[in-house]
Design a binder for this molecule. Structure first.
Ligand SMILES: [Zn+2]
Length: 175
């Protein structure tokens, strides 16, 4: 994983209900190293960090830089990344070298939370605070990072954009 992937982990946690292990597995579906080892205890830890990420993103969206700083540093302190070199999953006697942000014997939540805290901090470093947003579609509210050149993103997905455009079109027709 690189910094952009870790930022994606932070966003996924912010955008997941975390009502059940299935919610969490769905959010981490392409990370079997995590999703296959999840346990109920992990869920409670990740609910805590998800709240902190949402508070940070809300602060970024409203331009409250002091809160972005204190919330992010609080997350880094509570869920500190502890880089560890690992070689598991290699082929033909050659280790698959990669870095985990926690010991490989730590519960998945320890590493996921550290990855998310690190990803949030790096996301602010790489993109500043003005590219974060929340989908404006009715009933959505998904957090997103707008990496487009014109920074005109208002919706999380083409699906939400279409839904709102159709609703606006119908409203105009009724008027
Ligand atoms: Zn949306």
């Amino acid at each position: 994983m690189d910094n952009a992937d870790y930022t994606e982990v932070a966003l996924r946690l912010a955008n997941t209900e975390l009502g059940s292990l299935d919610d969490l597995r769905a959010a981490l579906h392409d990370e079997p190293w995590w999703s296959e080892r999840l346990h109920d205890d992990d869920l409670a830890v990740l609910r805590g960090i998800a709240m902190g990420i949402r508070r940070t993103l809300d602060a970024a969206i409203t331009g409250d830089h002091d809160t972005v700083l204190t919330e992010t540093n609080h997350l880094l302190e509570t869920y500190p990344p502890r880089p560890r070199l690992s070689g598991h999953g290699g082929k033909a006697g050659m280790p698959n070298w990669h870095v985990h942000v926690a010991g490989t014997d730590a519960p998945p939540a320890t590493e996921i939370a550290a990855a998310a805290a690190w990803g949030l901090a790096q996301g602010v470093v790489d993109h500043g605070t003005r590219r974060w947003g929340r989908c404006e579609a009715t009933g959505c509210g998904t957090y997103y990072l707008d990496t487009s050149t014109n920074q005109a993103k208002r919706f999380c997905s083409p699906r939400c954009a279409n839904r709102m455009h159709v609703a606006a079109f119908r409203a105009r027709q009724r008027a």
